[in-house]
Design a protein around this ligand. Structure first.
Ligand code: LMR
Length: 330
C-alpha cells in the first residue's frame, strides 16, 4: 500500500514538474520606440519580432510599442535601466547622459554621406562604442541607419542667415543646441512626440529630420520648405539592458544575436530606400517645396556650423573625431 502511494506520488510529482516546464512563461521582450512603423526603425522592430517568434517559438514573445505609445523620449532609457522594457533604439543624439563619445555622430558636416557613417560604425572605434556603456548596464547590439537630416521651416532656408532668429526643435543634445546657435537660431529641446504640434502651433518654427521622420509624422503638412542640407546624421544604437541580456539562457541569447545581425543588415539596406520613398511622397503631397543648395550655399552652412566641433573636441576626444572624419576618405 505504502509502496503504491509513494509511486503514485512520484508520478504525480513528475507530471507536475513536466506541466510546469511546459507552461513556463515565454521571455517577454518589450521593444519601445518613438517613431512610426513605416520608418527604418519601425520596420526593424517588427522584423526583429517576426524572426524571434518564428525561430524561438514559445520561448520568446516580443511586444513592439511604436510612436511613443509606451515610453517617449527621456523615459525610454530610464525604463530600459529599470527593466520595464528590454530593447530600445534611441537616436545617437540621445546618449549624452551615458557617454559623451557618441556626441561625435551629432557634429554637423562631419560625414559626407550615410556610406561614410556606415564605415565609421563598422570600424574598430565605432564597434568599441557599442560596448562603452556596459558599466552603466547598457549593451549596444548594433547601429541602425535612418539617414541624413534635412532642415525644414516655413521660411526658405538657403543661407545660414535665413535661419537667424528662428526657433528650431532639437533632440536632447548639447551639440545640436550649439549647431543652431552657430547660425544664430534658437534651439528648443523637445521630445519627438511633441514636434508636429510644436510646428503646427508655432512653438517652434523649424526642425531637422530625415525624410522618413518628416513624412511619417506629417511634418511636411506644417513646414512649407525643406532644405536638402544633409548636414548631419540621424542613426540609432539598438541597445538592451546588460544584466537582462547576460541573464538570458545561452541558446536564446545566441539565436537573438544571430537575428540581430540579420535585422541590422536588412534595416541598413532598406533605410535609404525608405527615405527616398518618403521624399517622393512629400513631393507628391505638394505641401512643401524641396530646396537644393548650390555648392556655395552648402559651403556657407558648413563654415558657419563647423566651429561646433572644437567646442566638443575635449569631451568626445580628438582621435575619435579624426577616425570618424577619415571614414569619408575610404
Ligand atoms: C528625434 O527625436 O528626432 C529622433 O530621435 C526620433 C527617432 O527616433 O527617429
Amino acid at each position: 500500500m505504502f509502496k503504491l502511494t509513494a509511486k503514485a506520488l512520484a508520478c504525480a510529482l513528475s507530471l507536475t514538474i513536466a506541466g510546469l516546464a511546459q507552461a513556463a512563461d515565454p521571455i517577454v521582450i518589450k521593444f519601445s520606440h518613438v517613431v512610426a512603423e513605416n520608418t527604418p526603425k519601425g520596420q526593424g522592430a517588427l522584423m526583429f519580432k517576426k524572426l524571434a517568434e518564428e525561430r524561438l517559438g514559445d520561448k520568446v514573445r516580443v511586444e513592439v510599442y511604436p510612436n511613443s505609445s509606451l515610453f517617449g523620449d527621456g523615459k525610454e532609457m530610464e525604463a530600459l535601466l529599470l527593466g520595464d522594457v528590454q530593447m530600445i533604439a534611441p537616436s545617437l543624439a540621445k546618449f549624452e547622459q551615458y557617454t559623451k563619445q557618441l556626441q561625435v555622430f551629432d557634429l554637423p558636416f562631419l560625414f559626407n554621406d550615410i556610406a561614410a557613417v556606415d564605415r565609421f560604425q563598422q570600424s574598430a572605434e565605432g564597434q568599441a562604442l557599442l560596448k562603452s556603456m556596459e558599466s552603466k548596464n547598457i549593451t549596444g547590439l548594433g547601429y541602425w541607419h535612418n539617414g541624413m537630416k534635412q532642415l525644414s521651416a516655413n521660411k526658405a532656408l538657403r543661407e545660414p542667415k535665413d535661419a537667424r532668429g528662428l526657433k528650431f526643435r532639437v533632440q536632447a543634445s548639447a551639440v545640436l543646441d550649439e549647431q543652431f546657435k552657430a547660425v544664430r537660431a534658437n534651439p528648443r529641446k523637445m521630445s519627438f512626440a511633441e514636434v508636429y504640434q510644436g510646428l503646427q502651433t508655432g512653438v517652434v518654427n523649424g526642425a531637422e529630420n530625415p525624410y522618413s521622420n518628416i513624412y511619417s509624422q506629417k511634418m511636411h503638412e506644417v513646414q512649407k520648405f525643406i532644405t536638402e542640407s544633409d548636414h548631419g546624421v540621424l542613426d540609432y544604437m539598438l541597445i538592451t539592458n546588460t544584466q537582462f541580456w547576460e541573464g538570458l539562457p545561452a541558446d536564446v541569447r545566441g539565436e537573438l544575436e544571430k537575428i540581430n545581425v540579420e535585422v541590422t543588415a536588412e534595416v541598413n539596406k532598406q533605410a535609404d530606400a525608405l527615405n527616398q520613398e518618403a521624399k517622393e511622397a512629400i513631393i507628391a503631397a505638394g505641401t512643401s517645396e524641396i530646396i537644393q543648395l548650390t555648392p556655395e550655399q552648402r559651403g556657407q552652412w558648413r563654415d558657419a556650423m563647423k566651429p561646433v566641433w572644437g567646442m566638443f573636441e575635449a569631451e568626445i576626444g580628438a582621435d575619435l573625431i579624426k577616425a570618424a572624419d577619415s571614414a569619408n576618405q575610404q
